[in-house]
Design a protein around this ligand. Sequence first.
Ligand SMILES: Cc1cc2nc3c(=O)[nH]c(=O)nc-3n(C[C@H](O)[C@H](O)[C@H](O)COP(=O)(O)O)c2cc1C
Length: 494
Amino acid sequence: MKKIKKRTVIELVILVVLIVWASWYLFMGRKITGVDDNVAVGDEGTHSLVVYFSREGVIPDGIDAASSASPNSNQYEAESDTEAAAKMIAQLTGADLFQIRTDRYYRSAFWGTAATAWIEEALNLRPGLAAKPESLDKYDVIYIGYPVWWFNAPMAVGTFLESYDLTGKTVVPFCTSTDNGIDVSMDYIREVSGSATVLDGYRAHNSGLEDVSAWLERIGMLEQTDEQQDTETGLTKSEADIADTDPEVSELPNVTEGTEAYRDFVIDNVYHSADAGDIHYNVYIPESYDGSKPYALYFTLPGYEGLYFQGVAANIESEEFGFEAQKYNDEMIIVAPQLNDWGETSADQTIALVEYFLQQYHIDTSKVYGNGYSGGGETMSIVMGKRPDLFTAYLHVSSQWDGEYEPVVDNRLPVYFAIGRNDEYYGSAKTQRAYDTLYDLYERQGLSKEEIDSLLVLDIKEHDYFTGRNAPNEHGGGGLFAYDEEIMGWLFSK
Ligand SMILES: Cc1cc2nc3c(=O)[nH]c(=O)nc-3n(C[C@H](O)[C@H](O)[C@H](O)COP(=O)(O)O)c2cc1C
């Protein structure tokens, strides 16, 4: 008995010592001193300030770091990532510049910094700052830059922004990261920016001055210096070029248009929806479209690999639905949204974007199609449960049904279910159940088998369908349904 007690006491002491040591290690890095609250002054009379949090350029004694010693993701090898991006913005806009420094260094070991950052994020802490400007009154625009830490912004960014009244100001977030986009951190930035207007964020990745300049122009923050404005139209040369080729697209309200293309798609357009937030999408508009006659509309939602945080255009780089669809109707606008999850938020964003396209483009409302693959199928099934009235037919690929059933039946929305018998993620039983549920509901409404078959198709593919097409597995092979004329032909014949 005594022995057990003694052992327990020793273990407890070791545990306490470990906790004290870990707390000291994680939160008691060397104090950052000698920092003042002065901003680096930009152009005379500027009303913009670039604020950034970043790795310290020089690490005293190599012991501590203000953030990670991670490899640079920009073209300015000598500096830490966010600092380089911040300096480019300041250089281009003439804004003042200020670096946020916490009152203590983070540990130079990556996992030291990572653990501290994780705890700070999990507990929504606000680390103290070494210094900050007394007032931001003279600024209208605050650019706020940070490295993505644990998908989010470092908490020190919150400490900084929350310590000012930002009413009437515009906050422009930008980040650097190894993989993740800025979107996940946007909720946090909005939250800590109070009543400021927060613009859509920008991720600087392998970015040089030209990229940063293009972004600043896009969001209207850069005066047109090298681009003469047309006095009649008020458009810059590049805007006028786009307007020449596609007047419908260039004058879209509440949309920041993408400037780059992948195959036939203009990528990374953003619809700023008042209700559903910023919605990223890639879009294919046939060259023949001039708004004079109605076109079909097709929305394709990708699996997890194509979500926005996987990278711009990751959806159309990894799936062929948007390209194969073009073979079935050359008068069809194809939208490939890149959302951030497969639940309710993304479903509401999809609905908002469909409504937007119906409003802004000349669409034949009897030809509005949707498909969702994997996680995208989960999202699309919620969409179909909420707004089946918007669609003509829906293709549900290698997924599960998360939406309502009754509205689908009440609207007589044709649905095609396609999946592998032994789909590695979902199996096929859930798909079978979804099909059976819809089938039962139609039967209860008195529809004949023939009528139901014209509305519902259950297509469970056996394993050899996938092996015969060199698919890596049945779930991944769901992407091959894009090439299947029977499946795609069904969708676009409705
Ligand atoms: C604690 C910590 C967490 C990180 N988390 C992420 C992450 O979730 N996603 C990501 O893409 N990069 C992540 N990174 C990498 C940094 O965002 C990236 O290297 C950034 O460009 C560093 O910028 P800096 O040099 O200005 O500190 C993380 C780095 C650190 C130190």
